[in-house]
Design a protein around this ligand. Structure first.
Ligand code: DQA
Length: 146
């Protein structure tokens, strides 16, 4: 099972970016952990980060050929990118929306996710563990199918 873990804008700054909100773990550390955990669960994790909306759209398009599931933290694009929403709808790959912080407990503009209608579900508020819980949801979905 091939899993695309896609990190959006500013997530390359993790570790130094508002650590009170996003924690001290760097993106590289997160990806390394996710790869390890995925391995234990029979999931091959492929992780990418992009600050550009168009590139994120293209990664999602490629997922149709290459991946079975998508874990997507689209960063601030979550709140207004209809292009990413449409890309998720354009492919046959189920996606899970991930946020480190609890977007519902912050500024009002973060409460709205335009991606939410195009994903299986949303996991927010658990820091790095939001991603690991997303992987766990994929593991469970795969087990249900076999
Ligand atoms: C985020 C929440 C977004 O509102 C913010 O713009 C981010 C990160 C999160 O993981 O908590 O860049 O997606």
């Amino acid at each position: 099972i091939e899993v695309l873990v896609l990190h959006g804008p500013n997530l390359n700054m993790l570790g130094k970016r508002e650590p009170g909100i996003y924690g001290r773990m760097t993106l590289e550390e997160m990806n390394a952990r996710l790869k390890e955990v995925g391995k234990m669960w029979g999931l091959k994790v492929h992780a990418f980060q992009s600050n550009s909306e168009g590139e994120i759209v293209e990664y999602i398009h490629q997922a149709d050929e290459r991946y079975d599931y998508i874990l997507l933290n689209a960063g601030a694009y979550t709140h207004y990118s209809y292009a990413i929403h449409d890309a998720l709808r354009a492919v046959d790959v189920p996606a899970i929306e991930i946020h480190l912080s609890n977007i519902h407990a912050r500024e009002p503009f973060r409460r709205m996710s335009v991606l939410a209608p195009a994903v299986i579900g949303q996991i927010a508020g658990f820091g790095y563990d939001s991603y690991e819980l997303g992987l766990y949801a994929i593991k469970k979905a795969v087990e249900r199918k076999v």
